[in-house]
Design a protein around this ligand. Structure first.
Ligand SMILES: Cc1ncc(COP(=O)(O)O)c(C=O)c1O
Length: 496
């Protein structure tokens, strides 16, 4: 018997998160070490707002976000040197055009010499949203834009342009015992009803893949197909907010019947065959630190419904970001992005990446910390209400803010409150807080940055904090309570 035949009968590892990483360290950065007291002083001096805490003082893991904090590969660092910084039509632009077509489909980036532009490069995701929605808002009034879950900046841009941002979370999301692997789906029943009553008010529909607002849960191909059929029957364009498209494709391959033998590349192509365009922040599945784009499908419903839109979008892009052949990016950024897009659909990378997130969630859960299960693709979410269940922590004590402050000062790990404070608002007339249903602290996992040991250290710190949760007081808001996107800017102080 030859060795090849023998290993056919040897099973693969039981726990994929224990498989060796599909990469090794190319270079590393030594951390500076600070004491808990030094961190506490620094955090108090910025009003307990973790966004203003100096990252150099983070001795543990910086899990504030998975966005823009990827470690680039050696090929990407090498590609930076090949960046062409010409003011127009730099070398990278053509390479990016080729790569976008290869990854997402040929209809998404016309050859610019054809005279018809359908690809708009921006420096990050929210600048695509700004341009798209400020233009769209002028096409009518009383618009509503449904989504399986709007990201905060997406909703903010829609509202800033006098349109309504409507979330249609699926019912399985609220069911802790639901075995669904696709809790990021859109609620199809509510969507059908909305279309029946209000289709004239809907200029376009969004699906966010994966659904960041619902813990990074993926959207199934079936849900994409059903939503696409419905939107098409009403001649309404469908878009993706595609920041984590590759992670979404991995979940489809792993958990959706009929996709197990397809490649990630083919699944991505199928997903994008159902939409008329997409916005994307490349700071996630572009595997780069900066970049974004808005892509319209050539001859898709959006371009047919709004035929003069590309010209208006280019005008916006030129005055806000730059010529369409570089958008808001330097030539070297474009080169690194082109390489990042080639890497991100590699199955071995995605298997490692998502197993790492799943393992971190499982470790926390095994230690008794209430996390949302199953975990999504890019983050682990701790349920703050359940964390402080028996402590008397009230909604306007903002337990999530208190927890992130103590975690950062005591152990040097940074996480982000996405709950009563970030998603709540302050009603000036009644002088009361409007409290949202969800109340999480998010641990966003940067791509290719940390090892199991680092994340185990976070889980251990959370374990200790959970055991002494009654020693964590609530916070009061010192300033910024009434601001939009207030969590980025508000300041706090501990109550006791
Ligand atoms: C789903 C989603 N859409 C849009 C954005 C905005 O992207 P950016 O941070 O590049 O502006 C983000 C950022 O986290 C996101 O997660």
């Amino acid at each position: 018997m030859n060795l090849g035949d023998i290993i056919k009968n040897i099973p693969e590892e039981k726990d994929l998160s224990l498989r060796a990483r599909p990469y090794f360290n190319h270079s590393v950065e030594m951390k500076k070490i600070f004491s808990p007291e030094e961190r506490a002083d620094a955090l108090e001096s910025v009003g307990l707002n973790v966004f203003y805490f100096p990252s150099e003082m983070i001795t543990g893991c910086d899990l504030l976000s998975d966005s823009g904090i990827s470690t680039m590969t050696s090929e990407q660092w090498a590609a930076l040197h090949l960046g062409d910084e010409a003011y127009g039509s730099n070398r990278g632009y053509y390479l990016l055009m080729k790569q976008i077509r290869e990854t997402f489909g040929h209809e998404f980036f016309n050859d610019p010499s054809s005279g018809s532009l359908n690809a708009f490069i921006f420096h990050q995701g929210r600048s695509c949203e700004d341009t798209l929605f400020s233009v769209l808002g002028k096409y009518g009034s009383d618009f509503v834009i449904p989504n399986n879950g709007h990201f905060d900046t997406t909703a903010a841009h829609i509202k800033a342009n006098d349109m309504e941002a409507l979330d249609l979370f699926c019912p399985e999301l609220k069911d802790e015992h639901s075995p669904s692997h696709f809790k990021g789906n859109m609620d199809v029943l509510r969507f059908k009803e909305l279309l029946r009553i209000s289709h004239n008010r809907i200029p376009m529909v969004f699906l966010t893949i994966t659904n960041n607002t619902t813990a990074g849960h993926p959207v199934s191909m079936e849900n994409i197909k059903v939503v696409a059929e419905l939107t098409r029957s009403y001649k309404i364009p469908l878009f993706f907010d595609a920041c984590r498209f590759a992670e979404n494709a991995w979940f489809i391959k792993r958990y959706e019947q009929g996709y197990e033998d397809k490649t990630i590349e083919d699944i991505v192509k199928e997903m994008f065959s159902y939409v008329d365009g997409f916005t994307i922040s490349f700071k996630k599945d572009g595997l780069v630190n900066m970049g974004g784009g808005l892509f319209l499908k050539h001859n898709g419903l959006f371009m047919k419904k709004f035929p003069d839109m590309p010209d208006i979008l280019v005008h916006h892009q030129i005055i806000k970001e730059g010529h369409p052949t570089y958008g808001g990016l330097s030539g070297r950024d474009i080169m690194a992005l082109t390489v990042g897009l080639k890497i991100v659909t590699k199955e071995e990378y995605l298997t490692y990446r998502i197993s790492q997130v799943q393992d971190f969630g499982k470790t926390m859960s095994n230690l008794g910390i209430p996390v949302l299960l199953p975990t999504g693709g890019h983050a682990v979410y701790v349920d703050v209400n359940r964390f402080f269940k028996d402590t008397g922590m009230k909604p306007d004590d903002f337990g999530g803010i208190a927890l992130t402050a103590v975690l950062l000062a005591a152990y040097g790990h940074r996480a982000c409150e996405l709950g009563h404070f970030a998603f709540g608002s302050y009603d000036q007339s009644s002088q009361k807080e409007i409290v949202p249903e969800i109340n999480y602290v998010r641990f966003g996992i940067p791509r290719l940055r940390y090892e199991k040991r680092d994340l185990d250290a976070v889980a251990e710190a959370m374990h200790v904090l959970h055991e002494c949760r009654d020693k964590i007081p609530g916070v009061k808001v010192i300033s910024g309570r009434g601001l939009s996107l207030r969590h980025f800017r508000a300041r706090f102080r501990f109550k006791k």
